[in-house]
Structure formats: structure tokens, C-alpha cells
Design a protein around this ligand. Structure first.
Ligand code: 5AD
Ligand code: SF4
Length: 461
């Protein structure tokens, strides 16, 4: 591998797309992408917009102004296909008035449903999968040129994961994909089926990407993947090596990463975080999903409650001011009240400042969807509410410790009234008064009021 390649040179798919594209296809046409789901999808939408801009499409703020509408849909939880059909339904009048309006569906729903979407909803003109984004300009050109329905949702199993980050405006803080797909097959999760096998980008591509984003103004990067700590570069480097290189070999000011898996979170990684504490934020999102070891086993998570807690305790030895957030599922098949109580006690024991909690929802292809003993919706709902109540009470008390503290805040934007927004290294959103010149700077802010996900403060002069 030539280590001096620029990301664009290394990105075969984009280069092919650029060279072969009918550049006129977007002339006089507006594109609107409607995005659902996780940060991965948000980044994919940026990629779609960037590629379509290269084909001379104009990005428009509303579907009414568009000649091309793309729904980048998410299927992680609850009625995703239904949501797509109901959104397409809202475009009926526009399509009746303008038969040249083209509608496409991508993301995990496109991957999962393929041609079924067009069979059930003929207003949809094309469907593409999560591995086919770089082919989008060509797909769109073919749809406009031929008026034929197109489905392109095949995984590119043999292709290496060589992409460059394509974002229109990286801003102060930006996301950089480092892995895609997932091989963990947690029994509740559709991602291994909708995002395919796990692949990592070569370490030098990531470093070049980060350096290029810095030139465009980025001060913070979040390394992104379904399971970042199973990252493996072609040269054998692991996630800890990557994190260390981004910290030591680029001028980026702050590094975050998401999402990590408890079973792959090793001591080497803790060591790198401890050694690079100013650059690597002391905030980690580490989903535990359930506080009960029997349920964790049924979920195929690869750790027990005790092992998760032992890892957290070890992490706190390396990074004493560690701040944690987590994902939790309530009402997994067979979960008893006592087992749910273990989840409640876990939240209290680990003292998570932020939680993202969901009712279990059966997903196609997954093992858990076929398990007997599905928990009733009303029970799931009641457990979710109880979990939020328990957490809220605790979190309000926990974050009071920030009041009076001075946090380093990286300023992301300022509105006309001088209201400044930024985030602390602990990933807290902090609001205070200041001037537009602060954007991109890291400044000390004394916290005057602290809520679990939001804080107010005053700039320390
Ligand atoms: N039901 C409910 N929540 C789920 N998640 C993933 N799959 C499901 C499902 N079938 C949650 C997990 C994961 C987060 C991104 O979404 O908590 O960490
Ligand atoms: Fe889904 Fe588990 Fe992979 Fe996360 S690690 S994406 S929950 S299968």
C-alpha cells in the first residue's frame, strides 16, 4: 500500500464515480435527503449529498423543492418499513403533479427490504443498500435516463473498506468512519444483516482523513463504527494503536469515539486513553444492555454483569474522572421482574450520567425474535418508564458536582443573541454568553446550573 496516497486517490469507488458520471444529470435538479437513525446514517447522508453535488445536483432544504428525494431509513427499532411507506405517502401529490420526481430509499431499510419496497409502494423508483452509496450517482443517472426501477442492495463482500470522509462542512466537530458492519450477532440486533461483515479502514487512510479535516477547520473528531474497538487495520494495528496515532501524529485537539463494546474494551486501550488525556476525552459510551448475566448470555453479549463492572472499575483506575453513558434494552424475551431489577441496580451502581434506553423490539432475521416468552408491550413500557425515573432522580444529583467547576468547552456555534454552544470533554452541552470569535476555540467556562444533559455557565475571563 502506498502510504502517501491522498484519501481521494485511495478511494477507488469515488474516483470511478467521478470519472464516469454524467455530470449533467444533476443540472437544474434539487436533491433532498430525509435521514433517520444513528450517526452512521447521518454520515452516510453527508456522503450522498457530497457525491450528488459532484454530479451537479443542488441541495435543497425541503422535499417540495426537490426533483430527487432520498429516504435514508433506519431499521434498528420499531416499524421502520411502515415509516418509509408513510413518508412516501406524503409525497403523493408532488409525484402526481411532477411524474419526473424520483424517490429512492436507502440505509438499513433499503438493505433489508430490497425490491419488496418497490413491490409494495410503486411510487418508489429506486432502492440502494448500505454498501452501495458510492454507486448512488450512477443509480440516479440511470433512473432519470431510463425511467426504470432500480434495486442495488448487494454487499460488496470482497471490496476493501477504502473510502474518504465526505462531509460538506466539517465544522468544529466531525465524525470519521473507521469501521463498518458488525460480526457480533447480538441476538436482538439487525445491524449484522443490514450493514454486513465488519471491515476496517487502513490506519493511514484514517490519519490522512483527520489531517485533511483539520485543514478544513475541524478541532474535534469522533471515530465512528458499530464496534470501534474491534478495529483491525491491514497492517495489524488495533483500535488502541489507531487512537494513539491520531492523538500523537495529528494536530487534532480532541478525540472521541463511539460505539465501543465491553467485551473488546481492553487494558491497552485504557492505557492509551490515560497517556493522552488532554486529547482523548474522558467520556466513554459503553452499552451494557442488561444488568443480568442470564439475559446477557441470551443476548450473546460475551460478558457477565460482574465482568462489565470489573472493567469499569479498572477503567476508573486509569482515568479517575471517567464519565460514562450507556445503552439499555428492557423487556428482552424472558426478562423477569427480578432480572429487570438487576438492570436498575446496575444503573445505580455504575452511576451512568446519561442512558439511552429502549423497549426490546423484535427485528427480522434475529435469533431473539424467534425466542418464546416475548414480554408484553405494556410490561416493557412500564419497565422503561421506571428505568427513566430511577435514572433521572440519580442523574440530577450526580451532575450537581459540576456546579462551580470550570470545564474546558470547545465552542461549536454562537447565535445572533450571543448565546454560545459548546461541549465539555465530558460531552456535556454547555450554554453561555460570548462572541462569535469563540467558535473553534476551547475556553474555560464556570458552570452555574447543571442538568443531566445540559449546562449553563459563564465564560471565565
Ligand atoms: N430492540 C431494542 N433496542 C435495540 N437496540 C438494538 N437493537 C434493538 C432491538 N431489537 C438498541 C441497543 C443498541 C442501540 C443502538 O439500540 O441498545 O446499543
Ligand atoms: Fe448490534 Fe451487537 Fe453489533 Fe452493536 S455489537 S451493532 S448491538 S450486533
Amino acid at each position: 500500500m502506498n502510504e502517501n496516497l491522498t484519501p481521494s486517490e485511495s478511494n477507488d469507488a469515488v474516483t470511478i464515480a467521478r470519472n464516469h458520471l454524467n455530470q449533467d444529470i444533476g443540472l437544474g435538479r434539487g436533491v433532498y435527503v430525509s435521514t433517520y437513525g444513528c450517526q452512521m446514517n447521518v454520515n452516510d447522508t453527508e456522503r450522498m449529498y457530497s457525491l450528488l453535488e459532484m454530479a451537479n445536483f443542488t441541495i435543497v432544504p425541503t422535499p417540495e423543492e426537490a426533483s430527487l428525494i432520498i429516504i435514508n431509513a433506519c431499521s434498528i427499532r420499531e416499524k421502520p418499513v411502515h415509516k418509509v411507506y408513510s413518508e412516501v405517502g406524503t409525497y403523493r401529490k408532488m409525484k402526481d403533479k411532477n411524474p419526473n420526481l424520483k424517490i429512492g430509499v436507502g440505509g438499513c431499510v433499503g438493505q433489508q427490504e430490497k425490491e419488496n419496497l418497490i413491490k409494495k409502494q410503486p411510487m418508489i423508483d429506486f432502492v440502494f443498500g448500505t454498501d452501495n452509496i458510492d454507486a448512488l450517482p450512477q443509480i440516479v443517472a440511470d433512473v432519470f435516463d431510463t425511467n426504470k426501477k432500480i434495486v442495488n442492495a448487494k454487499f460488496e463482500h470482497r471490496a476493501p473498506y477504502h473510502i474518504e470522509t465526505l462531509v460538506r462542512n466539517p465544522g468544529v466537530s466531525t465524525f470519521v468512519n473507521i469501521t463498518k458492519g458488525c460480526d457480533n450477532f447480538c441476538t436482538f440486533c439487525v445491524v449484522p444483516y443490514t450493514r454486513g461483515r465488519e471491515k476496517s479502514r487502513p490506519i493511514n487512510h484514517v490519519l490522512t482523513d483527520v489531517r485533511n479535516l483539520i485543514l478544513r477547520g475541524a478541532k474535534e473528531v469522533t471515530l465512528l463504527g458499530q464496534n470501534v474497538n474491534s478495529y483491525k487495520s491491514e497492517d495489524g494495528s488495533d483500535f488502541a494503536d489507531l487512537l494513539e496515532k491520531v492523538a500523537k501524529e495529528t494536530d487534532i485537539q480532541r478525540i472521541r469515539y463511539t460505539t465501543s463494546h465491553p467485551k473488546d474494551f481492553n487494558e491497552k486501550l485504557m492505557h492509551v486513553m490515560a497517556d493522552n488525556q488532554i486529547k482523548i476525552c474522558e467520556y466513554v459510551h459503553l452499552p451494557f444492555q442488561s444488568g443480568n448475566s442470564r439475559i446477557l448470555n441470551l443476548m450473546n453479549r460475551g460478558y457477565t454483569r460482574e465482568e462489565y463492572i470489573a472493567k469499569i472499575n479498572l477503567m476508573k483506575k486509569y482515568i479517575p474522572n471517567l464519565v460514562l453513558s450507556t445503552d439499555i434494552i428492557v423487556g428482552f424475551p424472558g426478562e423477569t421482574e427480578a432480572e429487570f431489577q438487576d438492570t436498575l441496580s446496575m444503573v445505580k451502581e455504575v452511576e451512568f450520567e446519561t442512558i439511552f434506553a429502549f423497549m426490546y423490539s423484535p427485528r427480522p432475521f434475529t435469533k431473539a425474535a424467534k425466542m418464546g416468552d416475548q414480554v408484553e408491550e405494556a410490561v416493557k413500557n412500564e419497565r422503561l418508564n421506571r428505568l427513566f425515573d430511577v435514572h433521572e432522580e440519580m442523574a440530577f444529583k450526580l451532575v450537581k458536582k459540576y456546579e462551580g467547576q470550570t470545564l474546558n468547552v470547545l465552542v461549536e456555534n454562537v447565535n445572533e443573541n450571543g448565546k454560545v454552544f459548546g461541549r465539555s470533554t465530558q460531552n456535556k452541552s454547555v450554554h453561555f454568553l460570548g462572541s462569535p470569535s469563540l467558535v473553534g476555540q476551547t475556553v474555560p467556562v464556570k458552570i452555574t446550573q447543571a442538568f443531566p444533559n445540559n449546562m449553563r455557565g459563564e465564560l471565565v475571563q
